[in-house]
Design a protein around this ligand. Structure first.
Ligand code: GLU
Length: 441
């Protein structure tokens, strides 16, 4: 017996943003948790807006997150399948030609709205005779094709929403084929899900009304109807609506800001579920605790501050070996262990790398103390105990204690008000740099 088959189906009309990365992650987790398979499907039938660069960028974004796929298809390679599906629907009497222009449809919509009627397609094209159609075609009109919905209550048991029922009489017959012959998403998606044996369609609840029509199309094409799960949408922390700032933030942006993939995964894997968000350093722990049944219909709120905190927590526990390739060239384990507790993102490292390996001129708060510190500076070699011995000597000579002892030294040596333990930093900075910073030369 094979496990469930799920898919993530981005349209390569842009890079992945946080909202659709969540869809990718939830599908991937579902597959890995159930021993199923994860298909990456590029929904690139919109030739005008899809590009190969965006498709490659999305694949990169998924790899960065650590989401591997078991199989891959591109809808532009499968146009013949959609044409065959459209033919089958025509034969079954479910796909009918319509000749209205976009302007005519818009005008009708406005009239319906003016009459306080729902703006549902009135099926005028169904009443056309053969002669009407011949006349329209002779005028040079090319038809687009709509799927004739059965007016009924189409129902399914949603993994997140429970029992959902939609009165399809309230929906317009969906257009499946454009007048230039190109299939639209509703057709290509169902044809693929059906033919490629997708057993579970897990996606955002913005697709919930599409689902009723899609279920009818699955049936009309003779495919098994998959199980559906529609997760709630992401809102910003204030719940003010779909967040432009966060929901539309691209993964490439977050990566540039020093966000760790596991911080984002940790957050997105649990947001909107009954389970708490915890920092996870590997996917196994996220898979282990994943249960789509724990997700609720309430909107998921994403707080950027929470993402920063997770990021910091994950970095604070990251071992040197796991991160050495991403550290400045020459950075040692001692450096990483000294500073990891003081950064929120890896981009914060630059400051501390300058402190130990670069040239800085820190503020000079107390010249007399710095002079005493210069005179008592121990000879090399230095270790973790040097700071304590040295500051004891400075204190003995100047009488300074506590903040008035430590703060001028920290400022002069690091240029920063606070930061990692000076005991750990001091040997990393080294005697020559310390001397230069103390004397200002
Ligand atoms: N390409 C569609 C989208 O990005 C896929 C929707 C689906 O999962 O069915 O909205």
């Amino acid at each position: 017996m094979t496990g469930p088959a799920v898919r993530f189906a981005p349209s390569p009309t842009g890079r992945l943003h946080v909202g659709n990365a969540r869809g990718a992650l939830l599908n991937w987790l579902y597959a890995r948790k159930t021993g199923g398979s994860f298909l990456l499907r590029m929904d690139d039938t919109d030739a005008a807006r899809s590009t190969a660069e965006f498709a490659a960028g999305i694949a990169d974004d998924l790899r960065w997150l650590g989401l591997d796929w078991d199989s891959f298809v591109r809808q532009s390679d499968r146009l013949g399948h959609y044409a065959a599906a459209a033919e089958a629907l025509k034969k079954a009497g479910r796909l009918y030609p319509c000749y209205e222009t976009a302007e005519e449809l818009e005008l009708r919509r406005k009239i319906q709205l003016g009459q306080k009627k729902p703006p549902v397609y009135d099926r005028a094209a169904l009443k056309l005779s053969d002669a009407d159609r011949a006349r329209l075609e002779a005028e040079g009109r090319r038809p687009h094709w709509r799927f004739r919905l059965d007016h009924e209550h189409t129902a399914w048991d949603d993994l997140v929403h429970g029992h959902v029922e939609i009165d399809t009489a309230s929906l317009s017959d969906p257009v499946l084929v454009r007048s230039d012959g190109y299939p639209l998403y509703t057709l290509s998606s169902v044809a693929d899900d059906g033919e490629l044996g997708i057993s579970h369609v897990i996606r955002g609840e913005d697709h919930i009304t599409n689902t009723a029509a899609q279920i009818q199309i699955f049936r009309a094409l003779g495919h098994a109807v998959p199980v559906f799960g529609h997760f709630s949408l992401l809102l910003d922390a204030e719940g003010a609506g779909l967040s432009k700032r966060i929901g539309s933030l691209s993964l490439a942006d977050l990566r540039g800001q020093g966000i760790e993939p596991m911080a984002l995964n940790s957050l997105l894997a649990r947001l909107g579920s009954a389970d708490p968000v915890v920092p996870c350093r590997d996917m196994a722990a996220l898979v282990e605790g994943f249960d789509l049944g724990r997700f609720s219909r309430a909107p998921a709120r994403l707080d950027p501050h929470e993402l920063d905190l997770l990021n910091a927590k994950i970095l604070h526990e990251t071992e040197f070996a796991a991160i050495r390739d991403r550290l400045p060239p020459g950075a040692t384990e001692a450096f990483w262990l000294a500073v990891r507790g003081n950064i929120t993102g890896l981009s914060d490292l630059a400051v501390w790398w300058d402190v130990v390996a670069g040239e800085i001129a820190g503020p000079r708060e107390d010249e007399a103390l710095l002079a005493a510190a210069t005179e008592t500076l121990p000879a090399a070699p230095w270790d973790g105990a040097t700071w304590k011995a040295w500051t004891a000597a400075v204190s003995a000579r100047t009488g300074a204690k506590g903040r008035s002892l430590f703060h001028p030294l920290r400022l002069a040596l690091t240029g920063q008000d606070k930061g990692p333990e000076m005991a750990a930093l001091l040997p990393l900075i080294g005697r020559d740099r310390v001397l230069a910073r103390l004397t200002g030369k």
